[in-house]
Design a protein around this ligand. Structure first.
Ligand code: 7RM
Length: 658
């Protein structure tokens, strides 16, 4: 039996057809933070006025003189203004009723928990800031943070922010080489790491990787090391290391916030391009904080007593904007979980939601599809009655997964907000305001107030309803990246030269008759079959629509005749039925042909237990193309599990008789 039984499947299909539109309930709208539909028109009529009004929600140390200086493609926001992000995220809450409110409720993988109030978090951040100063870190320096999902990672980030140093968080799943490259590129002065991180009951040896990464990097004289796993990590020494706990014990909890210029750098976050070295995306102080906090409040409809959980990793931009800066600026209670969703059992997320009374839950489509594969009976056994809003981010969410999330997690009563944005945009750009916008499964709906997006054809003309093209943003926005660290030319070329004056997202999209945006994945992934442009995402959605399919990745492989041939890599739902491989393959090919058209019918279907994904859950189709075209694998440093792609390669070559 497949995880979603046949009658259930039919019911979901019927819902998709009948109820394509999910308008907000009257009850939700009445209480929603954004309840005035006029907000869109107001923001459109006077974007700078809109952002100025919104920026009143920040605490400024000195008022700004001008909202925007736009010298395309370079923007400066809130010129002359001074503020400090840690002051906004911590100190101002400590001066009022939020002082003893939980800022972070943390759950370790083993089930241990810790709660830090705003006051406690502020004190820890101030102590850590003093430690950083004592280790020679000053305003304008860069600090690398290579840690896991522990509260100290948040403390380290905010400590940098407090003294005006920029952090670059390197995801704990990255290798020593990847870490070294980022430390070098950013010119970091200090590294903060931990002995090891827990993952599925095992230790990820962060400190050992940190030691290896520092070989041949003379600029980093000191390393601050948090003990998390103690004896469970192999003993490693790093020259010039300082013990986190010892240093913190002696440090004063008094440390004033450095008044930063609105345009001072807040952080660098590296994101991998398709080719070449990773890009250090630069975010600055005021605009970023405004974007992250405003969208967090409006899109998730945050209420004072909410427990909010973003299940992303902190090393990803989603963790920066929606675990740390947005929620803390809003004085929210943030739930943070150290481990994986399947430890010790596959119901861990549902248990966490019930244990802590989570109201807002934000995760990625890949996680939702994994939950689907594990079966609806797991969430069914939980209460989940506290949930009020569900979010999705990271990839297009296919309608099947959207509906499953809505039905089985939200029990039909929580709006699902599909949030489109990028490391580069800093904050959510296209998403429903849940009290105002009717949602459609699979669509991120419309740009947020103040954001202007278009879908353009190759000639730069907006495409009409149903047409596909390049998604661009046509106006600067406060949380936009300012440059690529050390490579402004690449910033100009990559994002602003295709359509001058407009920001190229690199994503394909189409709009429907209501003007809603449907994201189609990265433009690099689009295929060309006999002169037809096909989106990998649409074929993947058609495959996932089949009751036996859990997840799929589709690529175009070079074909002498057609230009490209469609190859589909498919993960099946857990099933007790024996696989009749060939029969199922033809069934799947026919299913796609019937859903989209014969042109989209996959030439080849490969079954696989896993797909190559980044740690943030994005399928790395580029590697599948490398495999299918018999090339050496390109950069694999961002893979969650490098063994997956190696295994796939062997499997593929075997099946091709290569
Ligand atoms: C937040 C984040 C950015 C890329 C982006 C898209 C894809 C993200 C959605 C989405 C469709 C979504 N930052 N993407 N969210 N595609 N619908 N709701 O993921 O820099 O790591 O990636 O992710 O392709 O360009 S990111």
């Amino acid at each position: 039996m497949s995880a979603v039984p046949e009658p259930e499947q039919q019911r979901l299909d019927a819902l998709l057809v009948e109820k394509r539109l999910f308008p907000p309930t009257a009850e939700f709208s009445a209480r929603a933070n954004a309840h005035d539909p006029g907000i869109y028109a107001r923001a459109d009529a006077d974007p700078e006025g809109f952002w100025a009004e919104m920026a009143e929600g920040l605490r400024w140390m000195r008022p700004y003189e001008r909202v925007l200086e736009w010298d395309p493609p370079h923007a400066r926001w809130f010129l002359g203004g001074r503020l400090n992000v840690a002051d906004n995220c911590l100190d101002r809450h400590c001066e009022g009723p939020r002082r003893n409110k939980a800022a972070i409720i943390w759950e370790g993988e083993a089930g241990d928990t810790r709660t830090l109030t705003y006051q406690q978090l502020r004190d820890d951040v101030a102590r850590c800031a003093n430690v950083l100063r004592s280790l020679g870190v000053a305003r304008g320096d860069r600090v690398a943070i290579y840690m896991g999902m522990v509260p100290e990672t948040v403390v380290a980030m905010l400590a940098c922010t407090r003294i005006g140093a920029a952090h670059t968080v390197v995801f704990g799943g990255f290798s020593a080489d990847a870490l070294r490259e980022r430390i070098r590129d950013a010119g970091c002065k200090l590294l903060i790491t931990q002995d090891g991180a827990w993952r599925r009951g095992r230790v990820v040896p962060l400190k050992a990787s940190a030691r290896d990464a520092l070989q041949g990097v003379p600029g980093v004289a000191r390393t601050l090391v948090l003990r998390r796993v103690g004896d469970r990590a192999e003993p490693v020494t790093i020259p010039g290391e300082v013990d986190w706990h010892e240093a913190m014990t002696g440090a004063s909890p008094l440390c004033p916030c450095e008044p930063m210029d609105a345009e001072d750098m807040l952080y660098i976050l590296y994101t991998s391009g398709t080719t070449g070295k990773p890009k250090g995306i630069v975010h600055t102080t005021a605009g970023y904080l405004l974007g992250a906090s405003l969208t967090h409040r409006l899109v998730f409809d945050l209420k004072e007593d909410d427990v909010y959980w973003c299940a992303a990793d902190i090393g990803w931009v989603t963790g920066h904007s929606y675990i740390v800066y947005g929620p803390l600026a809003n004085g929210a209670t943030v739930l943070m979980y150290e481990g994986t969703p399947d430890f010790p059992e596959r119901d861990r997320h549902w248990r966490i939601i019930d244990r802590h009374g989570v109201n807002i839950y934000y995760t990625a489509p890949t996680t939702i599809r994994t939950f689907m594969r594990w079966g609806a009976d797991l969430p069914a056994r939980a209460d989940l009655g506290t949930l009020r809003v569900l979010g999705s981010v990271g990839e297009p969410i296919n309608p099947e997964a959207w509906m499953w999330y809505h039905e089985h997690v939200g029990r039909g009563r929580c709006p699902v907000v599909d949030t489109w944005w990028q490391t580069e945009t800093g904050a959510i750009m296209i998403a429903p305001l849940p009290g105002l916008v009717a949602t459609k499964p699979g669509s991120a709906t419309r740009p947020l107030p103040g954001v202007a997006a278009e879908v353009l054809d190759e000639g730069g003309q907006p495409v009409g309803p149903g047409g596909g093209g390049n998604l661009v943003l046509t106006r600067p926005w406060p949380s936009m990246m300012r440059t690529i660290f050390g490579d402004d030319d690449r910033y100009v070329r990559q994002y602003w030269s295709r359509y001058p004056g407009r920001y190229l997202t690199g994503d394909g999209a189409k709009r429907d008759e209501d003007g809603y945006f449907w994201l189609l994945g990265r433009v690099d992934d689009v295929m060309n079959v006999s002169g037809h442009r096909l989106s990998t995402y649409e074929i993947e959605s058609a495959l996932v629509d089949h009751p036996r399919v859990a997840e799929s990745a589709v690529i175009g492989r070079h074909d002498d005749l057609k230009g490209q041939a469609v190859a589909a890599f498919v993960t099946l739902k857990e099933s007790s039925e024996a696989l009749s491989g060939e029969a199922l393959k033809s069934e799947l090919r026919a299913h796609v042909a019937q859903k989209i058209g014969p042109i989209a019918r996959p030439d080849e279907v490969y079954f696989t237990a896993e797909l190559p994904k980044t740690r943030s859950g994005k399928i790395m189709r580029r590697l599948l193309r490398d495999i299918a075209e018999g090339r050496a694998l390109g950069d694999t440093t961002t893979l969650a599990d490098p063994a997956v792609v190696q295994h796939l390669k062997e499997q593929y070559e075997e099946s091709e008789g290569a």
